[in-house]
Design a protein around this ligand. Structure first.
Ligand SMILES: NC(=O)C1=CN([C@@H]2O[C@H](COP(=O)(O)OP(=O)(O)OC[C@H]3O[C@@H](n4cnc5c(N)ncnc54)[C@H](OP(=O)(O)O)[C@@H]3O)[C@@H](O)[C@H]2O)C=CC1
Ligand SMILES: CC(=O)N[C@@H](CCC(=O)OP(=O)(O)O)C(=O)O
Length: 341
């Protein structure tokens, strides 16, 4: 099979290229960049790929659809919605790593992304591809956000089995710097990040509405969640620590059983039998590892969810959705072990 990738020069695109190269069902990857750009060799823009012979061609929707079975967009939010419309019109398969088609409601997109949304008719054709909670996929798959993935996998059993007070959910999420993409800013300057922690986008993070959209499908009684994001001085990895009041007194064993029941058939989701996961437990893998606890003193459930933001949070989940879309075994071409240590 031949597949197209737009945005190989970004962090997610580079990880996706590596995964697609190793995928046994993929014979060839066609790379595309900006509209009207000249064709360049991949190795000239990615110095670590000196032995790669691939070239990056200018974006051309017609050529992509003619030559490939599917296109992956690893492009920035705001860009994909400008490039993807011909594929939607043609019902050509797309896996989109950006946030442009995750929200069904265009007003929500305008509010949280502060940009014009894609047309409502186009948004209606997209499906939200939370790959470890399988639901039917349309030809346009909106890959979930990295924080949203970690948080939703940590909350799914609690929401679906209605184990918590629906108004009590608090999520304290932390991410490594690669989550911010390759462009440096004052906030991502080495001095700002190293030996430091900084909380950002308080109550304004763009993943809040996609999490609410999904949570309310699972349990409409959840009105909102408190969600904070903190930048931590690591390259890869997200840890979401979730707190919620139990609806009735439980034990840690009962909470864990709820998680195990949800995920026992999911090869990438591990529920720890004891203790809490660390970021290094997942880096380099497509896994999500979950630790759970119930504190009877405060009647609080604590869930810790860790993922690699560039794997499960982006490229890995994109390949998992590719496998689901084409009915390949879901683990095909995907690492289930971290690069520990
Ligand atoms: N980093 C992460 O952990 C995660 C990222 N995502 C999402 O994945 C997408 C990519 O993120 P990330 O890799 O971090 O971003 P980067 O900023 O690292 O890369 C962005 C990519 O988009 C390309 N691009 C930008 N503008 C255009 C354009 N007009 N036409 C064609 N290509 C363009 C860039 O090419 P060039 O360099 O030539 O401009 C680059 O290849 C984003 O939507 C992001 O929100 C989702 C989950 C996690
Ligand atoms: C550390 C960091 O800055 N992370 C980014 C994650 C961005 C991202 O993945 O954007 P999508 O909305 O397309 O998923 C952020 O918090 O905005």
């Amino acid at each position: 099979m031949q597949v197209a990738l737009v945005g190989v020069t970004g962090y997610s695109g580079m990880v996706l290229y590596r995964l697609l190269k190793q995928h046994p069902e993929i014979d060839r990857i066609q790379l595309y960049g900006h509209v009207g750009a000249t064709t360049v060799a991949l190795k000239t823009v990615a110095a670590m790929y000196q032995k790669e012979t691939a070239v990056i061609r200018p974006f051309d929707a017609t050529a992509i659809m003619r030559d490939n079975a599917i296109v992956f967009f690893a492009t920035s939010a705001g860009i994909t919605r400008q490039l993807a419309l011909p594929f939607i019109a043609a019902h050509f398969p797309v896996i989109d790593l950006s946030g442009d088609f995750r929200l069904h409601d265009p007003e929500q997109y305008q509010r949280w992304y502060q940009r014009d949304p894609a047309p409502a008719t186009a948004l209606a054709q997209a499906s939200y591809g939370l790959a470890d909670m399988p639901a039917p996929l349309s030809t346009y798959i909106a890959n979930p956000g990295c924080y949203a993935t970690a948080t939703l996998l940590g909350l799914a059993p609690l929401a679906q089995q209605q184990l918590v007070e629906p108004t009590s959910i608090v999520v304290d999420a932390k991410s490594g710097l690669s989550g911010a993409g390759k462009r440096a800013t004052a906030a991502s300057h080495y001095v700002a990040v190293n030996d430091n922690l900084s909380l950002y986008k308080l109550n304004q993070h763009q993943h809040i509405p996609e999490m609410m959209q999904q949570l309310q499908q699972w349990w409409s009684a959840i009105p909102a969640i408190e969600f904070t994001t903190t930048l931590i001085p690591v390259t890869r990895g997200i840890m979401a620590t979730i707190y919620a009041k139990a609806k009735s007194a439980l034990t840690t064993t009962q909470v864990r059983a709820a998680f195990t029941a949800t995920y026992h058939e999911q090869p990438f989701v591990q529920v720890l039998p004891t203790g809490m996961p660390t970021i290094k437990d997942v880096v380099g893998s497509n896994n999500c590892v979950l630790g759970v606890d119930y504190n009877p003193v405060t009647n609080t459930i604590v869930v810790v969810s860790v993922i690699d933001n560039l794997m499960k949070g982006a490229a890995g989940q994109a390949v998992q959705n590719f496998n689901r879309y084409f009915d390949f075994a879901v683990t095909t071409g995907l690492p289930t072990l971290p690069v520990f240590p």
